[in-house]
Design a protein around this ligand. Structure first.
Ligand SMILES: [Zn+2]
Length: 523
Protein backbone atom coordinates (compact mmCIF):
# COMPACT_ATOMS: atom_id res chain seq x y z
CA UNK A 1 0.00 0.00 0.00
CA UNK A 2 1.42 3.37 -1.05
CA UNK A 3 1.05 6.14 1.48
CA UNK A 4 1.37 9.82 0.61
CA UNK A 5 1.94 12.77 2.93
CA UNK A 6 -0.78 15.30 2.24
CA UNK A 7 0.03 18.92 3.13
CA UNK A 8 -3.66 19.66 3.59
CA UNK A 9 -4.22 17.02 6.30
CA UNK A 10 -0.61 16.97 7.53
CA UNK A 11 -0.74 13.16 7.60
CA UNK A 12 0.30 10.23 5.46
CA UNK A 13 -2.75 8.83 3.71
CA UNK A 14 -3.34 5.69 1.72
CA UNK A 15 -3.03 6.48 -1.97
CA UNK A 16 -6.28 5.93 -3.86
CA UNK A 17 -6.70 7.57 -7.26
CA UNK A 18 -9.94 9.27 -8.32
CA UNK A 19 -10.31 6.85 -11.23
CA UNK A 20 -9.06 3.32 -10.52
CA UNK A 21 -5.77 2.61 -12.27
CA UNK A 22 -5.21 6.18 -13.44
CA UNK A 23 -3.22 9.00 -11.85
CA UNK A 24 -3.15 12.67 -12.82
CA UNK A 25 -0.27 14.80 -11.50
CA UNK A 26 0.05 18.56 -11.90
CA UNK A 27 3.35 20.19 -11.00
CA UNK A 28 3.87 23.95 -10.97
CA UNK A 29 6.64 24.72 -13.43
CA UNK A 30 8.96 27.67 -13.96
CA UNK A 31 8.44 31.28 -14.93
CA UNK A 32 10.67 31.34 -17.98
CA UNK A 33 12.57 34.61 -17.63
CA UNK A 34 16.11 33.38 -16.84
CA UNK A 35 18.06 30.22 -17.65
CA UNK A 36 17.19 27.31 -15.36
CA UNK A 37 19.38 26.59 -12.35
CA UNK A 38 19.52 23.35 -10.40
CA UNK A 39 16.60 24.45 -8.20
CA UNK A 40 14.35 24.19 -11.28
CA UNK A 41 15.26 20.53 -11.70
CA UNK A 42 14.24 19.43 -8.18
CA UNK A 43 10.47 19.14 -8.78
CA UNK A 44 10.69 17.58 -12.26
CA UNK A 45 13.23 14.93 -11.15
CA UNK A 46 11.26 14.05 -8.01
CA UNK A 47 7.93 13.82 -9.80
CA UNK A 48 9.52 11.90 -12.67
CA UNK A 49 10.65 9.31 -10.09
CA UNK A 50 7.18 9.30 -8.52
CA UNK A 51 5.60 8.78 -11.94
CA UNK A 52 8.01 5.93 -12.72
CA UNK A 53 7.26 4.28 -9.38
CA UNK A 54 3.49 4.59 -9.85
CA UNK A 55 3.80 3.13 -13.36
CA UNK A 56 5.81 0.27 -11.92
CA UNK A 57 2.87 -0.26 -9.57
CA UNK A 58 0.57 -0.59 -12.54
CA UNK A 59 -0.91 2.91 -12.76
CA UNK A 60 -1.44 4.80 -15.97
CA UNK A 61 0.08 8.19 -15.05
CA UNK A 62 -0.32 11.57 -16.72
CA UNK A 63 2.18 14.21 -15.60
CA UNK A 64 1.64 17.88 -16.43
CA UNK A 65 4.13 20.72 -15.82
CA UNK A 66 3.05 24.24 -16.71
CA UNK A 67 5.16 27.01 -18.19
CA UNK A 68 4.44 30.52 -16.91
CA UNK A 69 5.21 32.68 -19.93
CA UNK A 70 3.50 35.90 -18.85
CA UNK A 71 4.38 37.44 -15.49
CA UNK A 72 5.79 40.56 -13.80
CA UNK A 73 9.31 39.11 -13.82
CA UNK A 74 9.11 38.37 -17.54
CA UNK A 75 7.85 41.88 -18.28
CA UNK A 76 10.70 43.37 -16.23
CA UNK A 77 13.22 41.19 -18.07
CA UNK A 78 11.71 42.15 -21.43
CA UNK A 79 12.09 45.85 -20.54
CA UNK A 80 15.65 45.48 -19.32
CA UNK A 81 16.77 43.47 -22.36
CA UNK A 82 14.63 45.52 -24.74
CA UNK A 83 13.20 42.39 -26.33
CA UNK A 84 9.57 41.27 -26.66
CA UNK A 85 8.39 39.17 -23.72
CA UNK A 86 7.56 36.24 -26.02
CA UNK A 87 11.13 36.15 -27.38
CA UNK A 88 12.56 35.84 -23.87
CA UNK A 89 9.93 33.29 -22.85
CA UNK A 90 10.69 31.16 -25.91
CA UNK A 91 14.43 31.36 -25.39
CA UNK A 92 14.16 30.33 -21.73
CA UNK A 93 11.59 27.60 -22.47
CA UNK A 94 14.06 26.06 -24.91
CA UNK A 95 16.76 26.22 -22.23
CA UNK A 96 14.42 24.57 -19.68
CA UNK A 97 13.40 21.83 -22.14
CA UNK A 98 17.02 21.09 -23.07
CA UNK A 99 17.85 20.69 -19.40
CA UNK A 100 14.86 18.41 -18.78
CA UNK A 101 15.85 16.36 -21.83
CA UNK A 102 19.41 16.03 -20.54
CA UNK A 103 18.02 14.87 -17.19
CA UNK A 104 15.86 12.25 -18.91
CA UNK A 105 12.69 13.89 -17.62
CA UNK A 106 11.26 15.57 -20.72
CA UNK A 107 9.71 12.44 -22.21
CA UNK A 108 8.17 11.59 -18.87
CA UNK A 109 6.09 14.77 -18.93
CA UNK A 110 2.89 14.37 -20.92
CA UNK A 111 2.06 18.06 -21.35
CA UNK A 112 3.73 21.44 -20.86
CA UNK A 113 0.78 23.86 -21.08
CA UNK A 114 1.64 27.55 -21.43
CA UNK A 115 -0.35 30.38 -19.84
CA UNK A 116 -0.42 32.47 -23.05
CA UNK A 117 -1.99 29.56 -24.94
CA UNK A 118 -4.93 29.46 -22.51
CA UNK A 119 -5.96 33.12 -22.34
CA UNK A 120 -9.53 32.45 -23.62
CA UNK A 121 -10.07 29.76 -21.01
CA UNK A 122 -8.57 31.96 -18.29
CA UNK A 123 -11.04 34.73 -19.22
CA UNK A 124 -13.94 32.26 -19.14
CA UNK A 125 -12.85 30.85 -15.75
CA UNK A 126 -12.53 34.39 -14.35
CA UNK A 127 -15.95 35.39 -15.70
CA UNK A 128 -17.48 32.28 -14.10
CA UNK A 129 -16.01 33.32 -10.74
CA UNK A 130 -17.55 36.80 -11.13
CA UNK A 131 -20.90 35.24 -12.10
CA UNK A 132 -20.84 32.99 -9.06
CA UNK A 133 -20.12 35.95 -6.79
CA UNK A 134 -16.55 34.98 -5.80
CA UNK A 135 -14.80 37.69 -7.81
CA UNK A 136 -15.32 41.31 -8.81
CA UNK A 137 -13.93 43.65 -11.45
CA UNK A 138 -12.48 46.94 -10.38
CA UNK A 139 -10.83 49.56 -12.59
CA UNK A 140 -9.94 47.02 -15.31
CA UNK A 141 -8.58 44.48 -12.79
CA UNK A 142 -10.46 41.43 -11.52
CA UNK A 143 -9.97 40.25 -7.93
CA UNK A 144 -10.88 37.10 -6.06
CA UNK A 145 -12.76 38.04 -2.90
CA UNK A 146 -11.00 35.94 -0.30
CA UNK A 147 -13.71 36.54 2.31
CA UNK A 148 -16.22 34.68 0.12
CA UNK A 149 -14.32 31.40 0.30
CA UNK A 150 -14.84 30.07 3.81
CA UNK A 151 -12.06 27.48 3.58
CA UNK A 152 -9.36 29.97 2.61
CA UNK A 153 -6.19 29.06 4.51
CA UNK A 154 -6.95 25.32 4.76
CA UNK A 155 -3.79 24.28 2.89
CA UNK A 156 -1.29 26.58 4.55
CA UNK A 157 -3.07 26.24 7.92
CA UNK A 158 -3.09 29.98 8.42
CA UNK A 159 -5.91 32.17 9.56
CA UNK A 160 -6.47 35.41 7.75
CA UNK A 161 -4.71 37.47 10.42
CA UNK A 162 -1.53 35.43 9.84
CA UNK A 163 -1.53 36.34 6.17
CA UNK A 164 0.02 39.26 4.48
CA UNK A 165 -1.98 40.88 1.72
CA UNK A 166 -0.18 39.42 -1.28
CA UNK A 167 -1.61 38.70 -4.66
CA UNK A 168 -0.80 41.77 -6.68
CA UNK A 169 -2.84 44.62 -7.95
CA UNK A 170 -3.58 48.04 -6.54
CA UNK A 171 -4.72 48.17 -2.91
CA UNK A 172 -7.16 51.01 -3.63
CA UNK A 173 -9.00 48.84 -6.16
CA UNK A 174 -9.46 45.92 -3.75
CA UNK A 175 -12.27 45.40 -1.28
CA UNK A 176 -9.79 43.78 1.11
CA UNK A 177 -5.97 43.74 1.04
CA UNK A 178 -6.13 39.90 1.09
CA UNK A 179 -7.97 39.74 -2.23
CA UNK A 180 -5.73 38.64 -5.07
CA UNK A 181 -5.68 39.46 -8.78
CA UNK A 182 -7.20 37.10 -11.33
CA UNK A 183 -6.78 39.62 -14.14
CA UNK A 184 -4.51 42.66 -14.28
CA UNK A 185 -5.25 45.67 -16.48
CA UNK A 186 -2.44 46.50 -18.89
CA UNK A 187 -0.04 49.32 -18.13
CA UNK A 188 1.35 51.20 -21.17
CA UNK A 189 3.65 49.03 -23.35
CA UNK A 190 2.82 45.84 -21.49
CA UNK A 191 1.79 42.73 -23.40
CA UNK A 192 -1.98 42.42 -23.18
CA UNK A 193 -5.06 40.61 -24.42
CA UNK A 194 -8.63 41.83 -24.95
CA UNK A 195 -11.09 40.88 -22.22
CA UNK A 196 -14.55 41.89 -20.97
CA UNK A 197 -12.69 44.15 -18.47
CA UNK A 198 -10.46 45.85 -21.04
CA UNK A 199 -6.94 45.05 -22.17
CA UNK A 200 -4.94 43.10 -19.64
CA UNK A 201 -3.22 39.87 -18.69
CA UNK A 202 -3.88 37.03 -16.24
CA UNK A 203 -2.65 37.02 -12.66
CA UNK A 204 -0.22 34.22 -11.81
CA UNK A 205 -2.45 31.85 -9.81
CA UNK A 206 -5.33 31.54 -12.25
CA UNK A 207 -3.36 29.76 -15.00
CA UNK A 208 -2.78 26.68 -12.82
CA UNK A 209 -6.47 26.38 -11.90
CA UNK A 210 -7.42 26.65 -15.57
CA UNK A 211 -4.78 24.37 -17.08
CA UNK A 212 -4.98 21.65 -14.42
CA UNK A 213 -8.76 21.47 -14.90
CA UNK A 214 -8.37 21.47 -18.68
CA UNK A 215 -5.82 18.63 -18.74
CA UNK A 216 -6.62 16.59 -15.63
CA UNK A 217 -10.21 17.40 -14.71
CA UNK A 218 -11.97 19.29 -11.91
CA UNK A 219 -10.68 16.88 -9.25
CA UNK A 220 -7.39 15.19 -9.95
CA UNK A 221 -4.99 13.10 -7.87
CA UNK A 222 -1.72 14.84 -7.03
CA UNK A 223 -0.76 18.49 -7.08
CA UNK A 224 2.93 19.08 -6.54
CA UNK A 225 5.24 22.02 -6.13
CA UNK A 226 7.95 23.50 -3.98
CA UNK A 227 7.20 24.22 -0.35
CA UNK A 228 7.43 27.95 -1.12
CA UNK A 229 4.29 27.64 -3.27
CA UNK A 230 1.96 26.55 -0.46
CA UNK A 231 1.07 30.16 0.26
CA UNK A 232 -0.16 32.12 -1.50
CA UNK A 233 0.02 30.28 -4.83
CA UNK A 234 -1.58 26.93 -3.99
CA UNK A 235 -3.94 28.41 -1.43
CA UNK A 236 -5.21 30.69 -4.19
CA UNK A 237 -5.44 27.85 -6.71
CA UNK A 238 -7.70 26.00 -4.25
CA UNK A 239 -9.86 29.09 -3.71
CA UNK A 240 -10.30 29.62 -7.46
CA UNK A 241 -10.92 26.00 -8.47
CA UNK A 242 -13.08 24.93 -5.55
CA UNK A 243 -15.24 28.06 -5.73
CA UNK A 244 -15.90 27.45 -9.42
CA UNK A 245 -16.40 23.66 -9.22
CA UNK A 246 -17.78 23.12 -5.73
CA UNK A 247 -15.53 20.09 -5.17
CA UNK A 248 -11.94 19.41 -4.06
CA UNK A 249 -9.35 20.50 -6.60
CA UNK A 250 -7.09 17.56 -5.92
CA UNK A 251 -6.74 14.68 -3.46
CA UNK A 252 -3.08 14.90 -2.40
CA UNK A 253 -1.04 18.07 -2.07
CA UNK A 254 2.64 17.14 -2.19
CA UNK A 255 5.32 19.72 -1.50
CA UNK A 256 9.01 19.17 -1.99
CA UNK A 257 11.66 20.75 0.22
CA UNK A 258 13.68 23.57 -1.25
CA UNK A 259 17.27 23.48 -2.23
CA UNK A 260 19.51 25.38 0.09
CA UNK A 261 23.18 26.07 0.22
CA UNK A 262 25.04 23.65 2.36
CA UNK A 263 26.23 25.24 5.60
CA UNK A 264 29.43 23.29 5.23
CA UNK A 265 30.54 24.96 2.02
CA UNK A 266 28.89 28.32 1.73
CA UNK A 267 30.74 29.20 -1.44
CA UNK A 268 27.66 28.91 -3.61
CA UNK A 269 26.33 32.04 -2.08
CA UNK A 270 28.92 32.72 0.52
CA UNK A 271 26.34 32.59 3.25
CA UNK A 272 26.08 29.92 5.90
CA UNK A 273 22.58 28.85 6.74
CA UNK A 274 21.20 26.78 9.55
CA UNK A 275 19.72 23.44 8.52
CA UNK A 276 16.10 24.04 7.72
CA UNK A 277 13.44 22.31 9.67
CA UNK A 278 11.49 19.80 7.62
CA UNK A 279 8.24 21.20 6.35
CA UNK A 280 8.89 24.67 7.71
CA UNK A 281 8.60 27.09 4.85
CA UNK A 282 10.07 30.10 6.59
CA UNK A 283 13.22 28.32 7.74
CA UNK A 284 13.76 26.75 4.31
CA UNK A 285 13.41 30.03 2.49
CA UNK A 286 16.34 31.51 4.34
CA UNK A 287 18.75 29.34 2.49
CA UNK A 288 16.88 28.88 -0.77
CA UNK A 289 19.42 29.03 -3.52
CA UNK A 290 18.95 31.41 -6.36
CA UNK A 291 21.03 32.76 -9.15
CA UNK A 292 21.79 35.91 -7.20
CA UNK A 293 23.39 33.75 -4.51
CA UNK A 294 25.63 32.06 -7.03
CA UNK A 295 23.85 29.00 -8.37
CA UNK A 296 24.67 29.34 -12.04
CA UNK A 297 22.90 28.14 -15.17
CA UNK A 298 22.07 24.46 -15.03
CA UNK A 299 23.46 23.90 -18.54
CA UNK A 300 26.88 24.83 -17.12
CA UNK A 301 26.48 22.39 -14.25
CA UNK A 302 25.90 19.65 -16.83
CA UNK A 303 29.46 20.21 -18.04
CA UNK A 304 30.75 19.35 -14.61
CA UNK A 305 28.45 16.51 -13.57
CA UNK A 306 26.60 13.80 -15.47
CA UNK A 307 22.77 13.95 -15.43
CA UNK A 308 22.70 10.64 -13.57
CA UNK A 309 24.97 12.03 -10.83
CA UNK A 310 22.66 15.03 -10.43
CA UNK A 311 19.57 12.79 -10.39
CA UNK A 312 21.22 10.55 -7.78
CA UNK A 313 22.06 13.64 -5.73
CA UNK A 314 18.51 15.04 -5.92
CA UNK A 315 16.90 11.73 -5.00
CA UNK A 316 19.30 10.96 -2.15
CA UNK A 317 17.26 13.16 0.17
CA UNK A 318 13.61 12.53 1.04
CA UNK A 319 11.62 14.89 -1.15
CA UNK A 320 10.02 16.71 1.78
CA UNK A 321 13.36 17.62 3.32
CA UNK A 322 15.49 20.53 2.16
CA UNK A 323 18.30 19.52 -0.18
CA UNK A 324 21.72 20.66 0.94
CA UNK A 325 23.45 22.00 -2.10
CA UNK A 326 27.19 22.11 -2.54
CA UNK A 327 29.50 20.99 -5.31
CA UNK A 328 31.37 18.88 -2.75
CA UNK A 329 28.13 17.05 -1.89
CA UNK A 330 27.41 16.30 -5.56
CA UNK A 331 30.95 15.02 -6.04
CA UNK A 332 30.59 12.80 -3.00
CA UNK A 333 27.28 11.41 -4.27
CA UNK A 334 28.91 10.86 -7.68
CA UNK A 335 31.56 8.69 -6.03
CA UNK A 336 28.80 6.57 -4.54
CA UNK A 337 27.21 6.18 -7.96
CA UNK A 338 30.52 5.03 -9.40
CA UNK A 339 30.50 2.02 -7.08
CA UNK A 340 27.43 0.83 -9.03
CA UNK A 341 29.23 1.41 -12.31
CA UNK A 342 32.19 -0.63 -11.07
CA UNK A 343 29.86 -3.46 -10.13
CA UNK A 344 28.38 -3.38 -13.65
CA UNK A 345 31.87 -3.86 -15.08
CA UNK A 346 32.63 -6.65 -12.64
CA UNK A 347 29.37 -8.36 -13.55
CA UNK A 348 30.14 -8.13 -17.25
CA UNK A 349 33.55 -9.67 -16.79
CA UNK A 350 32.07 -12.64 -14.95
CA UNK A 351 28.82 -13.17 -16.84
CA UNK A 352 29.55 -11.55 -20.22
CA UNK A 353 26.23 -9.82 -19.79
CA UNK A 354 25.78 -6.05 -19.99
CA UNK A 355 24.12 -4.81 -16.78
CA UNK A 356 22.27 -2.07 -18.69
CA UNK A 357 20.73 -4.61 -21.05
CA UNK A 358 19.45 -7.02 -18.38
CA UNK A 359 15.73 -7.28 -18.94
CA UNK A 360 14.28 -6.21 -15.63
CA UNK A 361 10.56 -6.39 -14.79
CA UNK A 362 8.76 -3.09 -15.32
CA UNK A 363 5.93 -4.22 -13.09
CA UNK A 364 6.08 -4.82 -9.37
CA UNK A 365 4.09 -8.03 -9.53
CA UNK A 366 6.63 -9.77 -11.70
CA UNK A 367 9.31 -10.09 -9.04
CA UNK A 368 8.64 -13.75 -8.27
CA UNK A 369 8.41 -14.67 -11.92
CA UNK A 370 11.80 -13.03 -12.31
CA UNK A 371 13.26 -15.15 -9.55
CA UNK A 372 12.09 -18.37 -11.18
CA UNK A 373 13.57 -17.44 -14.55
CA UNK A 374 17.03 -17.27 -13.03
CA UNK A 375 17.34 -19.94 -10.44
CA UNK A 376 16.39 -23.57 -10.11
CA UNK A 377 14.14 -24.60 -7.24
CA UNK A 378 17.04 -25.66 -5.14
CA UNK A 379 18.94 -22.42 -5.68
CA UNK A 380 15.80 -20.39 -5.08
CA UNK A 381 15.84 -21.61 -1.51
CA UNK A 382 19.37 -20.41 -1.02
CA UNK A 383 19.96 -17.85 1.65
CA UNK A 384 21.39 -15.51 -0.90
CA UNK A 385 18.22 -15.46 -3.04
CA UNK A 386 16.14 -14.86 0.05
CA UNK A 387 18.45 -12.06 1.06
CA UNK A 388 18.03 -10.40 -2.35
CA UNK A 389 14.25 -10.70 -2.01
CA UNK A 390 14.38 -9.12 1.42
CA UNK A 391 16.28 -6.10 0.06
CA UNK A 392 13.75 -5.80 -2.73
CA UNK A 393 10.95 -5.76 -0.14
CA UNK A 394 12.83 -3.18 1.93
CA UNK A 395 13.27 -0.96 -1.10
CA UNK A 396 9.58 -1.19 -2.00
CA UNK A 397 8.59 -0.48 1.62
CA UNK A 398 10.66 2.71 1.53
CA UNK A 399 9.07 3.86 -1.70
CA UNK A 400 5.59 2.93 -0.50
CA UNK A 401 6.21 5.12 2.52
CA UNK A 402 5.63 8.51 0.89
CA UNK A 403 8.16 7.90 -1.91
CA UNK A 404 11.18 7.83 0.37
CA UNK A 405 13.77 7.85 -2.41
CA UNK A 406 16.58 8.57 0.06
CA UNK A 407 15.79 5.44 2.07
CA UNK A 408 15.37 3.44 -1.14
CA UNK A 409 18.78 4.53 -2.42
CA UNK A 410 20.23 3.45 0.92
CA UNK A 411 18.80 -0.03 0.26
CA UNK A 412 20.39 -0.06 -3.22
CA UNK A 413 23.77 0.45 -1.56
CA UNK A 414 23.10 -2.42 0.86
CA UNK A 415 22.09 -4.67 -2.03
CA UNK A 416 25.20 -3.65 -3.95
CA UNK A 417 27.40 -4.57 -1.00
CA UNK A 418 25.76 -8.02 -0.82
CA UNK A 419 26.28 -8.62 -4.53
CA UNK A 420 29.96 -7.71 -4.32
CA UNK A 421 30.34 -9.86 -1.24
CA UNK A 422 28.70 -12.78 -3.06
CA UNK A 423 31.27 -12.49 -5.86
CA UNK A 424 34.10 -12.34 -3.33
CA UNK A 425 32.82 -15.26 -1.26
CA UNK A 426 32.15 -17.54 -4.24
CA UNK A 427 35.37 -16.46 -6.02
CA UNK A 428 33.27 -16.19 -9.16
CA UNK A 429 35.98 -14.16 -10.87
CA UNK A 430 38.27 -17.18 -10.90
CA UNK A 431 35.94 -20.16 -10.49
CA UNK A 432 33.22 -20.47 -13.08
CA UNK A 433 29.96 -21.96 -11.79
CA UNK A 434 26.89 -21.59 -14.00
CA UNK A 435 24.39 -21.97 -11.16
CA UNK A 436 26.07 -19.31 -9.08
CA UNK A 437 26.34 -17.03 -12.12
CA UNK A 438 22.63 -17.43 -12.64
CA UNK A 439 21.96 -16.45 -9.02
CA UNK A 440 24.27 -13.44 -9.37
CA UNK A 441 22.39 -12.40 -12.49
CA UNK A 442 19.15 -12.61 -10.55
CA UNK A 443 20.57 -10.23 -7.92
CA UNK A 444 21.89 -7.85 -10.58
CA UNK A 445 18.54 -7.85 -12.34
CA UNK A 446 16.79 -6.92 -9.10
CA UNK A 447 19.27 -4.07 -8.68
CA UNK A 448 18.47 -2.81 -12.15
CA UNK A 449 14.73 -3.33 -11.67
CA UNK A 450 14.73 -1.19 -8.52
CA UNK A 451 17.10 1.43 -9.96
CA UNK A 452 14.85 1.87 -12.99
CA UNK A 453 11.90 2.84 -10.79
CA UNK A 454 13.96 5.90 -9.81
CA UNK A 455 15.15 6.54 -13.36
CA UNK A 456 18.64 5.22 -12.52
CA UNK A 457 20.77 2.83 -14.62
CA UNK A 458 18.60 3.50 -17.66
CA UNK A 459 21.60 3.49 -20.01
CA UNK A 460 25.26 2.66 -19.83
CA UNK A 461 27.20 5.70 -18.65
CA UNK A 462 29.79 7.09 -21.01
CA UNK A 463 33.27 5.83 -20.20
CA UNK A 464 34.43 9.22 -18.98
CA UNK A 465 31.54 9.47 -16.57
CA UNK A 466 31.92 5.98 -15.21
CA UNK A 467 35.52 6.54 -14.22
CA UNK A 468 34.98 9.97 -12.81
CA UNK A 469 37.07 11.70 -15.45
CA UNK A 470 34.16 13.90 -16.48
CA UNK A 471 34.59 16.03 -13.39
CA UNK A 472 38.35 15.93 -13.78
CA UNK A 473 38.13 17.07 -17.41
CA UNK A 474 36.03 20.05 -16.32
CA UNK A 475 38.64 21.05 -13.79
CA UNK A 476 41.50 20.61 -16.27
CA UNK A 477 39.78 22.77 -18.87
CA UNK A 478 39.19 25.43 -16.24
CA UNK A 479 42.90 25.35 -15.43
CA UNK A 480 43.82 25.71 -19.11
CA UNK A 481 41.41 28.64 -19.47
CA UNK A 482 43.08 30.34 -16.51
CA UNK A 483 46.54 29.77 -18.01
CA UNK A 484 45.36 31.15 -21.33
CA UNK A 485 43.86 34.22 -19.67
CA UNK A 486 47.05 34.99 -17.80
CA UNK A 487 49.04 34.49 -21.03
CA UNK A 488 46.77 37.00 -22.74
CA UNK A 489 47.20 39.43 -19.85
CA UNK A 490 50.97 39.18 -20.34
CA UNK A 491 50.49 39.75 -24.07
CA UNK A 492 51.81 36.24 -24.73
CA UNK A 493 49.32 35.70 -27.53
CA UNK A 494 51.33 32.83 -28.98
CA UNK A 495 50.71 30.67 -25.91
CA UNK A 496 47.11 31.80 -25.66
CA UNK A 497 46.43 30.82 -29.27
CA UNK A 498 48.22 27.53 -28.84
CA UNK A 499 45.94 26.57 -25.93
CA UNK A 500 42.83 27.61 -27.87
CA UNK A 501 43.85 25.70 -31.02
CA UNK A 502 44.91 22.59 -29.12
CA UNK A 503 41.60 22.51 -27.23
CA UNK A 504 39.74 23.07 -30.49
CA UNK A 505 41.47 20.06 -32.02
CA UNK A 506 40.26 18.01 -29.06
CA UNK A 507 36.69 19.13 -29.73
CA UNK A 508 36.58 21.74 -26.98
CA UNK A 509 35.54 25.18 -28.13
CA UNK A 510 36.27 28.27 -26.02
CA UNK A 511 33.88 31.21 -25.98
CA UNK A 512 35.12 34.50 -24.59
CA UNK A 513 32.52 36.51 -22.76
CA UNK A 514 32.88 39.92 -21.10
CA UNK A 515 33.62 38.56 -17.66
CA UNK A 516 34.66 35.00 -18.27
CA UNK A 517 35.46 32.29 -20.77
CA UNK A 518 32.98 29.51 -21.38
CA UNK A 519 33.60 26.17 -23.07
CA UNK A 520 31.57 23.71 -25.13
CA UNK A 521 32.11 20.26 -26.50
CA UNK A 522 31.87 20.28 -30.29
CA UNK A 523 32.26 16.55 -30.84
ZN1 LIG B 1 0.90 26.69 -10.08
Amino acid sequence: MIRVYNTITKTKEEFKPVVAGKVGIYLCGPTVYKPSHIGHMVGPVIFDAIKRYLQYNGYDVKLVINITDVDDKLIAESNSRNLPMSVIANEMTVDYMNNLAAMGVKDSVDAFPKATEHIDKIIKFTQDLIDKGFAYSSGGDVYFEVGKFAEYGKLSHRSIDQMSGEGGGAVERKLSPFDFALWKSAKPNEPSWDSPWGKGRPGWHIECSVMSCELLGETFDIHGGGLDLVFPHHENEIAQSESRHGKPMCCYWMHNGLMQESGEIGKVGGRKTPAAEEGNIQSQEIGKISKSKGAGAFRDMLKQFTPETIRFFLLSTHYRRPIDFSFARIEEVGKGLETFYRFAKRLEKITEKNFYLLSAPTNRNNGEILKRTFASNEKLQSNFCNLISSYRTKFLDSMDDDFNTGGAIGVLFELLRELNKFIDDTRLEVVRDEDLISVLLYGATVLRELGLTLGLFVAQPKEAASTGTNELVGKLIKLLIELRNSARKNKDFNTADKIRTALNDLGIQLEDRTESTDWNLTK
